[in-house]
Design a protein around this ligand. Structure first.
Ligand code: SF4
Length: 331
């Protein structure tokens, strides 16, 4: 297939819709630049944290984000409520997911952005957060505007927290847990807690028992356990194999699920996509060729062509994890 090469757009705040193992088809909104975060997790797919901070700031222009969102919805043939005009195709995404290249609660306009998104579409809003700022009432109020909040908890004690998440000096596991508990007591929406297991760091019986105790205090609606299936910051990290994950999930309780590989059928073609869209996806996380196809609604030949172009331009590299080749934007 002959496809015209499109210019590279590096300035966008939106990416996808991309396949998400947790949220189905997710239209991502990136409101913190790479790589500004309160943590520097060993498994981070975005890369090493270059600005570790707990200060909230006004990182992006909300008007520009909303303008991109309106364009994206229009390109997906959606009406002003995010529904496609074909009716049976459904909305262009299952969730609008605020997250991206760093910790989104560091953005001081998070609450305002969610309010404004709701004026544009009725697609549910999810916030991906590491949860470390939830001890602040302003952060809890902002997150409470979402339909689903997906915080993380990878440790039940300070020593493991330091090893796995490498936090800012003002953040402790106690602060994280008390923030999560406070948010649970105030928020009536869904909390899906992610536990990222790193072989040899937080998987022994004592760690799992501590995590279980802490999770029982937090009372999330779901516990979702994950492991390093994509390349992360520390390349020596191995993933926890599937059968072991199932055993650990059973130990954490009946509401715990292993996040399976994405199998959500792509139910809508998203109009024209080009290498800029592929690069935008790969800047947020490493993706296989399959992920690119599913996320952008393009066929494998087209995806391969764009990936090859980006490789030739030195904008992306490739890494193999297990039997799968992942592509990733180069810094
Ligand atoms: S909290 Fe998320 S963005 Fe921040 S370092 Fe950890 S994995 Fe990366």
């Amino acid at each position: 297939m002959s496809v015209e090469q499109k210019p590279i757009n590096r300035t966008g705040y939106l990416y996808g819709p991309v396949p998400s193992r947790r949220l189905g088809l997710s239209l991502g909104v990136d409101i913190v630049p790479a790589k500004v975060c309160t943590l520097d997790c060993v498994y981070c797919q975005v890369g090493k944290t270059t600005k570790k901070t707990v200060e909230r700031a006004d990182f992006v222009c909300v008007e520009k984000v909303l303008s991109e969102l309106r364009e994206k919805l229009a390109a997906g043939h959606a009406d002003d409520l995010g529904r496609t005009d074909a009716g049976e195709k459904g909305p262009i995404a299952d969730f609008i997911t605020i997250g991206g290249s760093g910790e989104p609660t560091l953005n001081s306009r998070l609450g305002e952005l969610i309010d404004r998104i709701r004026q544009v579409t009725d697609i549910p809003v999810a916030v991906l957060t590491n949860g470390t700022l939830l001890d602040r009432s302003d952060v809890r109020a902002d997150c409470a505007k979402a339909d689903v909040v997906l915080p993380s908890l990878d440790a039940g004690d300070e020593q493991t927290f330091q090893k796995v998440n490498r936090p800012h000096e003002l953040i402790s596991i106690g602060r994280l847990i008390s923030g999560l508990c406070a948010f649970r007591s105030e928020f009536s929406g869904q909390i899906w807690l992610e536990v990222f297991l790193v072989d040899g760091l937080n998987t022994d019986a004592e760690q799992i028992s501590r995590l279980k105790d802490v999770i029982s205090q937090i009372r999330p609606d779901k516990i979702q356990i994950n492991t390093a299936v994509r390349p992360g910051t520390e390349m020596s990290l191995g993933r926890v194999e599937c059968e072991s994950l199932k055993v650990l999930a059973a130990q954490l309780g009946p509401s715990c699920e292993v996040i399976a590989d994405f199998s959500h059928a792509c139910h809508v073609m998203h109009g024209e996509s080009g290498p800029d869209d592929v690069l935008s996806m790969l800047k947020r996380r490493p993706c296989s060729l399959n992920d690119v196809c599913s996320g952008l609604g393009i066929d494998p030949d087209e995806a391969l062509k764009y990936v090859s172009q980006l490789q030739e331009q030195g904008l992306i590299g490739r890494e193999t994890k297990g039997a799968v080749v992942f592509f990733k934007a180069l810094p």
